[in-house]
Design a protein around this ligand. Structure first.
Ligand code: ZN
Length: 222
């Protein structure tokens, strides 16, 4: 099986992120968990390392196993952040797609190492609450992967300190929606903070919205 549709969706997603200015050159990456299809093997598709997204083709998308090792000859080299993807898939059975970007406003928060509290209603419903910032981890390492998973918790996005952000969901389409939402919220937060006091979403609303989030994602109450 060649997973042409899934490959095409990854290419389309990266090119959309490129057009939105959320990734540039070859920075950022994405992956999907493939359906088991009667085999016990766990397979994933990951964007390749060092390929510019404006020229990315479906043949360059890398098929990998659960250790993120490429499968087949001429499979290519998976993204240097593949370990981040592996750590998320290992810890979250509900996640089937991951997008990682170096988008500007999320990166401002990454540089300030400042979490974004619930400031917009839809943030809690679609992301699950506060967008936390991970502790520092060197790019491409297990350390970065572990700290990122810690910051993610049971939510659908987190900021990676001094680096960028990542969004997760049960489909690539939904992960893209979450990634765009994170960047929009970060932009609102950065702008609101420079111009005045921020009024957060009231606690009772956060509680109700968090229940909506858990219902949407099928996650159990922590
Ligand atoms: Zn990165």
């Amino acid at each position: 099986m060649n997973w042409q549709n899934e490959r095409q969706k990854l290419v389309d997603t990266m090119q959309k992120l490129d057009r939105l200015g959320m990734v540039s050159g070859s920075s950022g990456n994405a992956s999907v968990r493939l359906p088991a299809a009667g085999t016990k093997k766990k397979l994933f598709l990951v964007t390749p390392a060092g390929v510019s997204y404006d020229t990315l083709t479906i043949d360059q998308i890398v098929l990998v196993d659960e250790e993120m090792s490429p499968i087949g000859r001429d499979a290519g080299i998976p993204s240097s952040e593949a370990l981040l993807h592996k750590a998320v898939y290992d810890s979250r059975r509900d996640v089937d797609a991951i997008i990682h970007t170096h988008s500007v406003y999320a990166s401002v928060q990454a540089v300030k190492a400042e979490a974004i509290p619930p400031i917009i209603d839809e943030m809690v419903v679609y992301i699950g609450g506060t967008i936390e910032v991970s502790e520092y981890g060197f790019p491409g390492t297990v350390e970065l992967a572990e700290k990122s998973v810690e910051a993610l918790g049971d939510r659908r996005a987190a900021i990676i300190r001094n680096h960028g952000m990542f969004a997760v969901a049960d489909s690539l389409k939904e992960a893209l929606r979450v990634a765009e939402l994170v960047e929009r919220i970060a932009k609102i937060y950065v702008n609101a903070k420079t111009s005045g006091t921020i009024v957060p979403v009231p606690d009772h609303a956060v509680e109700a919205e968090r229940e909506m989030y858990l219902k949407r994602t099928g996650l159990k109450l922590a």
